[in-house]
Design a protein around this ligand. Structure first.
Ligand code: ZN
Length: 498
């Protein structure tokens, strides 16, 4: 049974990855500071064994043997999808020379430290040579992988399989065309007050409330955990063991409240993959954009809706009587939806967030194709900030140095955040078309219909269908930006009386 042998081999590879993921989760949640050096060595050993085992001759032999049996498989079967996914992963992993992989890993690991120091001291010049080196290595990486259109396609494919610049450009251009005037119009309206969100919210009480909301939405604590960390994330070691993390800021209630809903959306995806895919490459999210659509859907479309707080605001008031006891629900709703051009991406509201992404996308394209020199990048960044958002960073620390992604070698990653925002609305509208009562159910604290729609149309498939096919199957059409633009215009037009 060549296919069974291949699956057993892949399960061992999977187990190695999951063991590495446990070490990574522990490192970012519970590990004491001096455990760092040993932990890095342990993770390097595991990832080396995994890489050697995956690109080694045994995988090729098993793939070839299983390929013989593939002709008899139903093309829509999980086994046919498994072979397609593994062949694709294997082809990519073996195309890049090991020396380049090692050089990229080494450079990025050092560059992250240089970046952290450059950010702390606000000196882009010390990071610039490292960014140049990373861009050059990424060009080599793209060349090794190969591409037919733009060089960016090869990098984007690591995060959003099959997505190309040709598809992405018009989407982001349309979003920019529609949102830059919307941001300008909002800037001309009286600002919404949000100081009520900064009133000394006890972290322990925040945690109790967050866990209550997670449970109500359907998060199964028998198959998941919530822990504290510095930079929140979701990870998993099995379909039945999914970990989310958050950070509590006493002076900013939305950080943990919406952070938990966001990570919960990621967790639902991993928890609801077809159990038959456990320990195979079909388990897990199909792309970062589709993954982010799930987190954004719960964070923004559910969590920042009037209906959700119609149900839960009285509970929140009881949890924080001194801070919110006399604050009307509508003031709270408006505060959590305030739009304000800001310098820092991770603090941005639903509308301006995408402009931060578009700036990074345009910069990455220009840096890769050589039309922008690294030395000129800070000025180019600031010029775009002022053009799209109407504000200019006073320092590079609040500008080009704010994100770790480029230092970490994650070039081509940013657009997936915006794809997630767009897809969240498209998928939510498909859920509403199938089940028009969902908003009323949410207003009563009932989430099972929405949960089941997402489980049956997105989550359960794991990586079985390529992203574009999954979206068309789930929503009846390919990725489309119009519903998202319409959602932003309607929601914020009402909030700001435009
Ligand atoms: Zn996310």
């Amino acid at each position: 049974m060549p296919l069974t042998e291949l699956k057993n081999h892949l399960a061992e590879l999977h187990n190695l990855s999951m063991a590495g993921a446990v070490l990574g989760w522990d490192q970012r949640t519970h590990m004491p500071p001096r455990g760092g050096a040993a932990r890095a060595a342990q993770q390097a050993t595991l990832s080396r064994i995994h890489h050697e085992m995956f690109v080694g001759p045994r995988t090729r032999e098993l793939l070839e043997a299983a390929g013989g049996a593939a002709a008899q498989l139903d093309p829509d079967s999980a086994d046919a999808a498994l072979l397609r996914v593994v062949r694709r992963d294997f082809a990519k992993a073996t195309r890049v020379p090991t020396a380049l992989v090692v050089e990229l890993t080494r450079t990025c690991s050092l560059a992250e430290e240089v970046w952290a120091a450059a950010r702390a001291t606000n000196t882009f010049a010390t990071f610039a040579p490292w960014l140049e080196k990373i861009i050059e290595l990424k060009r080599q990486y793209a060349a090794a992988l190969g591409y037919t259109g733009h060089i960016y396609d090869a990098l984007l494919d690591d995060y959003e399989p099959d997505m190309t610049v040709r598809q992405l450009d018009p989407i982001l251009a349309e979003l920019k065309r529609q949102t830059v005037p919307l941001v300008a119009a909002i800037a001309g309206r009286p600002p919404i007050a949000d100081a009520l969100l900064t009133r000394d919210y006890d972290p322990a009480a925040q945690q109790v409330f967050a866990e209550r909301i997670l449970r109500a939405c359907g998060f199964d604590f028998a198959r998941g955990r919530l822990d504290r960390t510095v930079h929140p994330f979701c990870t998993n070691f099995s379909i039945n063991d999914v970990r989310i993390t958050t950070r509590y800021d006493a002076a900013w209630l939305p950080a943990a409240l919406f952070g938990c809903l966001h990570e919960m959306g990621h967790a639902f995806y991993e928890m609801n993959v077809n159990p038959a895919y456990e320990a195979t490459p079909l388990a897990g999210g199909v792309s970062l954009g589709v993954h982010e659509s799930q987190s954004r859907l719960w964070e923004n479309l559910v969590g920042r809706s009037r209906g959700f707080w119609q149900c839960y605001y009285p509970d929140l008031q009881r949890a924080f009587p001194r801070q919110l006891g006399t604050v009307p629900a509508d003031d709270f709703y408006r505060a959590i939806n305030r739009v304000q051009p800001s310098l820092i991406r991770v603090e941005a509201d639903e509308i301006t967030y995408n402009l931060h992404i578009i700036i990074r996308y345009e910069m990455e394209m220009a840096l890769l194709d050589g039309s922008l020199a690294v030395a000129d990048a800070p000025a180019a960044w600031n010029q775009r900030m002022s053009q799209y958002l109407g504000i200019t960073p006073p320092t590079d620390r609040e500008g080009i140095l704010q994100d770790v992604h480029w230092a970490a070698g994650l070039i081509g990653y940013f657009p997936t955040y915006t794809l997630g925002n767009i897809l969240a609305v498209q998928i939510y509208q498909a859920a509403l078309a199938a089940h028009p009562a969902i908003p009323e159910e949410i207003a009563q604290g009932q989430f099972s219909t929405l949960f089941a729609f997402l489980r049956d149309n997105i989550h359960c498939h794991g990586r079985k269908y390529p992203p574009a096919e999954l979206i068309t199957r789930a929503t009846g059409r390919p990725l489309t930006v119009e519903p998202y633009v319409h959602y932003l215009q309607t929601k914020f037009g009402e909030l700001y009386k435009l």
